[in-house]
Write a protein that binds this ligand. Structure first.
Ligand code: HEM
Length: 384
């Protein structure tokens, strides 16, 4: 491997964190590839990101020595686990879960709409995400606060690149799951038909799943769900608070919500990066990278690339959905997309149906979230 190159940018700097969208747009226009000690090589342009996604044999997901099922795996190992995971997000399960998800959304809308002025992220978006995740997994309400705190600690450790803290946070999650598995295995434990019970029944190549595999699957769902859904709900509500015409249009025609949600989240992505590692020397972004180089795919920059999306900041419902990278592409494309889409449609339907307006507060502007989060850390609103 070559000596480390000079850093082209510092993704953890205040300048980037203050306005991630503007910083990633600027980096994409400066060049296709940039090096930083923090993230390795970052790719910003849509065409380069798609090339990586479609060449998983050159750009491997085995970026960490820690078990990550199925995110950190390549074929053929990835294939069996991936098939297993997909089984949990089929249309039947989504339809069965929708009423529970709607009840959670309705009760939260009721609780905040009585308050007039609300800090939307902590009072609504985070609570919605942890409650739906616990309901989906069949976990008790005591887990709400634990999951919220766990997600915040996980993000803080990622930003600090504190490997010891990240390992400890992964172990803490394994501890939650171990407790649940133990309680299922005591003789005389009541029979359950929730997701843990299903995972305990699964067989891969004739073998049951190991406990650490079950914990890893659930950890990746929780990371996918809790952080990304709360961020997305904040971005959606922020966007339509600032675009009153669109807000009125969606109130009048809620059937537009699925396409509108995907387009708003293209303009302002909830997820910043995912990682890959090169398996052989490869030319990309105008450079030849050795085998073993770390690559970070910048979803936000790629989905705002004017080479693919004319006037990328403009909300348009007639764009080609096939090129929107919100849920990725290729063999690692998000298996939870159907769940995420259902949850966001339901929560937006309930918010629009049960209120008459969302409006930002002139002297209390929102504050931006920092990497690895996106969207807003706080979003004060008048909700009527
Ligand atoms: C708005 C919400 C969400 C967004 C924007 C999102 C986005 C993504 C993206 C871009 C990828 C591809 C990562 C890569 O190529 O490295 C991905 C993968 C994944 N997502 Fe999501 N996701 C969301 C919600 C969820 C939910 C709700 C779950 C599960 C409950 C989930 C579970 C996963 C898993 C397990 C993978 C890895 C799949 C694999 O490696 O085969 N995500 N997601």
């Amino acid at each position: 491997m070559n000596d480390r190159p000079e850093a082209d940018w510092d993704p953890a700097s205040g300048a980037v964190q203050n306005d991630q969208l503007a910083a990633y747009d600027a980096m994409r226009e400066r060049g296709p590839l940039a090096y930083s000690d923090f993230l390795g090589w970052s790719l910003f342009r849509h065409a380069d990101v798609v090339r990586v996604l479609n060449n998983d044999h050159i750009f491997s997901n085995a970026v960490s020595r820690h078990l990550s099922v199925p995110n950190g795996m390549d074929p053929p190992e990835h294939t069996g686990y991936r098939r297993l995971v997909e089984g949990y997000f089929g249309p039947k399960r989504m339809d069965a879960f929708e009423p529970q998800c709607r009840d959670i959304a309705t009760s939260l809308v009721r609780s905040v709409s009585r308050r007039n002025e609300v800090e939307f992220i902590s009072a609504f978006a985070e609570s919605f995400a942890v409650r739906v995740q616990c309901a989906f997994l069949g976990w008790p309400p005591e887990m709400h606060e634990l999951l919220r705190r766990w997600t915040q600690n996980n993000r803080a450790a990622t930003l600090a690149q504190d490997r010891a803290a990240m390992a400890q946070i992964a172990a803490e999650f394994e501890g939650f799951v171990d407790g649940l598995l133990r309680s299922r295995r005591v003789s005389g434990a009541p029979a359950c038909d929730d997701i843990i019970a299903s995972l305990l029944q699964e067989r891969l190549a004739g073998q049951p799943l190991r406990d650490d595999v079950i914990a890893s699957i659930l950890r990746n769902w929780t990371v996918g769900e809790v952080g990304t859904i709360s961020t997305s709900v904040g971005i959606l509500v922020h966007h339509i608070s600032g675009h009153v015409d669109l807000q009125q249009q969606l109130r009048a025609q809620p059937s537009l919500l699925p396409a509108a949600i995907d387009e708003i989240l293209r303009i302002h992505g909830p997820l910043v990066t995912n990682r890959r590692i090169t398996t052989c020397p490869v030319s990309i972004g105008g450079r030849t990278l050795d085998a073993g180089e770390r690559i970070s795919l910048n979803w936000i920059a790629a989905n705002r690339d004017g080479r693919v999306f004319a006037d990328p900041d403009v909300f348009r419902l007639d764009r080609n959905p096939a090129v929107n990278l919100l849920y990725g592409a290729g063999i690692h494309v998000c298996p939870g997309a159907a769940l995420a889409r259902m949850e966001m449609r339901v929560v937006m339907e309930e918010l629009l149906e049960r209120t008459t307006s969302f409006q930002m507060i002139a002297d209390k502007p929102p504050t931006n979230a920092v990497y690895p989060g996106s969207g807003f850390a706080t979003l004060p609103l008048y909700l009527r």
